[in-house]
Design a protein around this ligand. Structure first.
Ligand code: MGD
Ligand code: MGD
Ligand code: MO
Length: 670
């Protein structure tokens, strides 16, 4: 058995080859992306041979070249001249080995990964409140037993369809009336970037109406008084002015939460991908704490983790500030433990490096890296201010991309390394519940293709380091490196995962059970109490003005995955969603003289893109929406970063929209 290559639900599936065709089976039902995931294994658009400056070349020559160039650049500019960019779709084994490769074989501090664009705000807020970041500290099967869940900025009907069946009655917070909002009992439709004010307003109502759970607050939390005082000025009318959400709707939301015996508050990228994303999540966690939800069976706060290994990918050391086991790279005890497993001295390990966007932005600049190795990300499409990032990538002395297809980023690379796909390899993933699952190799792999682990170990060997490349051996080393850390995998084995249907971390010993609900008795803070964190609302970094009068927000469609590198090569998915578009309200369309289907030009201070207009009353009048599955949407987005999580402000910036012929004549005239 293996698991789906896409999102953090990691649905189990069987994969077999019949008459040259990949057949997918499932007992639980899959989304369309899952059912069609086999196509990329055989459909001819995958990479099958290494490329050196665009030409096919043997593996040994290509890896020799990379190692030689890395040595030269290091000798000339120092170890931080070589950088690594990883991905939350990589298995735990790959994420672990990539982090070790950077710190030990390259000796560089410059490693980060695309999860910075994904989970980092929720992770930062969870650590502040609970002392631990396990996105959902409960099995998703708990959700169905609740009376209500508030879903802030998550469109799970499109991003995790099978998850919807596990949900109770919903309150949905989204500027668009999404398929998820249509399922909801109550839909709050705020201006993008105002969730923080909304959460403060909801907490204000809870406190003002005496609905806070004082026994729970007393026994299990600290810091309530300061937060209660800080929300006293967030009266509902003020919040309505900022968010556009009517006071009556806020009251209805609080009623639904109040009347619930069991309830959840869940956040998705819509609330998190802001330059104030970690404070926004803190505000929602404060609300959950005031209602007494976290750390109880059947209630809680959770972040709806995104990528296949979004959870595990942030635990084993491909993040700039982390070592395996969710350890901090600036913690002397953590460094000593991991250095011992790696057979190096603690002071040989580099310190924390730049965050994802800062790393990409520094490439090829004075003092920035001269070389980048990318494993499992397509930043030319998915990074904010993407034209600037493409330019930075072009300025490098060496760009190496390991991928399964020729992504937009691979198209800029000096060296392209074709790697095996999910069904052709074995490894563990940690799903959104913190359950470690096992993908077993189901198919043989094409002759010229190697696994990421073999590629990393092959490069390490050329740089004088002996790394394991077999998944089981890498996992055993990961278990030792994680032992004693927050994300302790020491007791997890492939055999146990298969026998038990997955194992939840922490699991510190083979004779110990996993931990599905790690916060029931105490939180992972020094005093065992969850912390209320006072936070204040502020506007988006870039608010609309005369020149750029409209809010742009971005997100996902059912049929495509992320940068689209995989799904834009799968026939039925392309048929379902063939082209990029911008969604706008009929009133705005009329005001701009734009009709449904018109070609339009959208521009921001950072760039412009042309696409088709889709007119729909499911969006606010002041806001337009673009999916980011095609190159272009991110030319517009604002790379302003959250001060704590370093998350870019993907979900709100200011744009202008014109019909293409108007825009063209404007250019000629101007
Ligand atoms: N089909 C599909 N599924 C996926 C993925 C995919 O690419 N395609 N990617 C996976 C990954 S990595 C992730 S991270 C998850 C993401 O899953 P989600 O978080 O559900 O996805 P998004 O579409 O990015 O954002 C969710 C919603 O946020 C809304 N939104 C925009 N701005 C705001 C705002 O300011 N406030 C609020 N409250 N809402 C706002 C958008 O309208 C959108 O409907 O999906 C996973 N699943
Ligand atoms: N405007 C806007 N931008 C966004 C977002 C948004 O909501 N709005 N969301 C952000 C979020 S949440 C995320 S997670 C990022 C994701 O953005 P990306 O990091 O670009 O995600 P993917 O498209 O999944 O890229 C993965 C790449 O790795 C390849 N790949 C897949 N599996 C493997 C493997 O096992 N090994 C190797 N070597 N390669 C592999 C794929 O073919 C693909 O080219 O985008 C972010 N960007
Ligand atoms: Mo994500």
């Amino acid at each position: 058995m293996t698991h789906c290559p896409y999102c953090a639900l990691q649905c189990a599936m069987g994969v077999a080859l019949r008459d040259g065709h990949v057949e997918i089976t499932s007992d639980q039902g899959l989304c369309q992306k899952g059912w069609t995931a086999g196509e990329l294994l055989t459909n001819g658009s995958r990479l099958t041979t290494p490329l050196l400056y665009g030409r096919a070349a043997p593996w040994s020559a290509v890896l020799d070249h990379v190692a030689d160039r890395v040595r030269e650049l290091r000798a000339e500019h120092g170890p931080d001249a070589v950088a690594v960019f990883g991905g939350g779709g990589l298995t735990n084994e790959k994420a672990y080995l990539l982090g070790k490769f950077a710190r030990v074989a390259l000796g560089t501090s410059q490693i980060d990964y695309n999860g910075r664009f994904c989970m980092s705000s929720a992770a930062a807020a969870s650590i502040r409140a609970f002392g631990m970041d396990r996105g959902m500290p409960f099995p998703t099967s708990d959700l169905a037993g609740a009376d209500v869940a508030l879903l802030a900025g998550a469109n799970v009907a499109e991003t995790m369809p099978p998850f919807v069946r596990r949900l109770p009655r919903l309150i949905v917070v989204d500027p668009r009336r999404t398929p998820t909002a249509r399922l909801a009992e109550l839909h709050l439709q705020p201006t993008p970037g105002t969730d923080l004010a909304l959460a403060l307003g909801l907490l204000h109502l809870v406190v003002a109406e005496g609905l806070a759970d004082s026994a729970y607050i007393e026994q299990r939390t600290s810091g309530f008084e300061a937060v209660a005082t800080s929300v006293s000025s967030w009266w509902p009318e003020r919040v309505e002015r900022i968010t556009g959400v009517p006071v009556s709707r806020m009251r209805e939301a609080v009623q639904l939460l109040k009347n619930a015996d069991k309830a959840y508050i869940l956040t998705g990228r819509g609330a998190e991908q802001h330059a104030k994303g970690s404070d926004t999540v803190s505000a929602f966690i404060n609300l959950a704490l005031a209602l007494g939800l976290p750390g109880r069976t059947g209630s809680g706060y959770g972040c709806v983790t995104g990528q296949g290994n979004g959870q595990g990918g942030r635990e084993h050391g491909q993040k700039a500030d982390q070592l395996p086991g969710y350890r901090r790279i600036d913690d002397p005890a953590a460094r000593a433990h991991v250095a011992a497993v790696w057979g190096v001295e603690p002071d040989e390990l580099p310190g924390p490096g730049r965050s994802a966007y800062e790393l990409l932005e520094s490439l090829g600049t004075a003092g920035g890296p001269r070389a980048l190795l990318v494993f499992g990300s397509n930043p030319v499409v998915s990074a904010p201010a993407s034209s600037r990032i493409a330019e930075r990538l072009r300025s490098l002395d060496l760009l190496v991309v390991a991928d399964v297809v020729r992504s937009e980023t691979a198209a800029l690379a000096d060296v392209v390394l074709p790697v095996t796909q999910w069904a052709e390899e074995t490894g563990t993933m940690t799903n959104l519940e913190g359950r470690v699952i096992l993908r077993r190799q189901a198919l043989s792999r094409p002759a010229q293709v190697r696994s990421d682990l073999e590629v990393i170990a092959g490069l390490a060997r050329r740089l004088g380091h002996d790394f394991p490349s077999e998944p089981g051996a890498v996992f055993d080393e990961l278990r030792r490196a994680s032992a004693g850390g927050v994300a302790d995998y020491a007791g997890i084995t492939y055999e146990r995962i298969e026998a038990e249907g997955g194992v939840f971390w922490p699991c510190p010993g083979e004779d110990l059970a996993g931990t599905p609900r790690p916060m029931l008795d105490r939180f992972a803070t020094p005093d065992g109490r969850a912390r209320f964190v006072p936070v204040e609302h502020r506007p988006a970094v870039e608010e609309p003005d005369e020149e750029y009068p409209i809010y742009l927000t971005t997100g996902r469609l059912l049929a495509h995955y992320q940068s689209g590198a995989q799904t834009r090569r799968i026939g039925p998915l392309v048929d379902a969603a063939p082209e990029p578009f911008v969604e706008l309200h009929p009133d705005l369309a009329e005001q701009l003289g734009i009709a449904n289907g018109d070609l339009v030009r959208a521009s921001s201070r950072r760039g412009a893109v042309e696409c088709v207009a889709r007119v729909t009353d499911a969006i606010r009048r002041d806001t337009v929406f673009m999916p980011f599955h095609w190159e272009g949407a991110n030319r517009l987005t604002n790379p302003a970063l959250d001060p704590v999580s370093r998350m870019p402000e993907f979900k709100v910036c200011a744009v202008r929209l014109e019909r293409r012929d108007d825009a063209a004549s404007g250019v000629e005239a101007g």
